[in-house]
Design a protein around this ligand. Sequence first.
Ligand code: PEP
Ligand code: MG
Length: 322
Amino acid sequence: ERSKLNRLRDTRATTLDGESINLMANIEGPKDLPAVKSANADGIGLYRTEFLFIGRDNLPDEDEQYEAYRAVVKAMPSKPVTIRTFDVGNDKALNGVHSRMEPNPALGLRAVRYSLSEPKMFLTQLRALLRASAHGKLQIMVPMLAHAQEIDQCLALIEKAKAELRAEKLKFDEGVQIGGMIEVPAAALSLGMFIRRLAFLSIGTNDLIQYTLAIDRSDEAVVHLYDPLHPAVLKLIAGTIATGARYGLPVSVCGEMAGDLAYTELLLGMGLRNFSMHPGNILEIKQQILRADLGELAPKVQRILKMDEPARIREAVERLVA
Ligand code: PEP
Ligand code: MG
């Protein structure tokens, strides 16, 4: 089965009706590059940089970060590499650094909130990212945005980092694209303020589901209620994809749903053209896309989006999978 899949490695992920789909990889660092290569991913859709930090007592300095980012960019010539700024806090605690007891970590100081509360550490990361951008097609992505002012603060810090690098005569890509993750329901319901400020969006379905359904995704006692097909979740995902398309802003999905064969047709029918997933899932998702017809799927998915009875939704989504 694997060897059959491996034959798809150099085939474009094109649907039966000729739409080309980008299949990108989620990685945690340079160690994942062999898997990305063997799947021949169209780029890196999510580089989770917090894994550079976790489980150690000191923080990597600017040069160490720069090396880790540059290694990935250089390994992906002419392909986009989307590097996410730290998503620490909650389930991904930093040794020593993020040790404050929080009443509710999932709702606390995590991701962009944490980065903005540690501007020195954030600036170090932004400088390292910008320096790495001189070596390829690097894009910076900010996790867990909910407020316009958070985006503005990030953009201002990026401008500050650029000004420093210019003054130090260090190279970076002046046109580096900045994007944001849509993983808080508030963000998915106020896309205009994101679209006006950012160059691309990526839907983090893992957190979007967690926050929409108020289910802590690390709590076993409630995990059976964590449902990607809840009608509220589907509306937020579909709305984000459609709004991005309307404004010409690229949208991807980088949560687990993108790499799950049960949702491929559903996401295609919503209009998704950029999937990012564990590299080990890319070829089987590609195989499924090669059998899909968007002209057939789109109206069926539109009907599903009008349903609000879970059993009917589940059955209709299962029927999409040919
Ligand atoms: C997500 O929330 O869907 C996501 C991709 O980010 P993470 O799983 O790292 O929080
Ligand atoms: Mg997330």
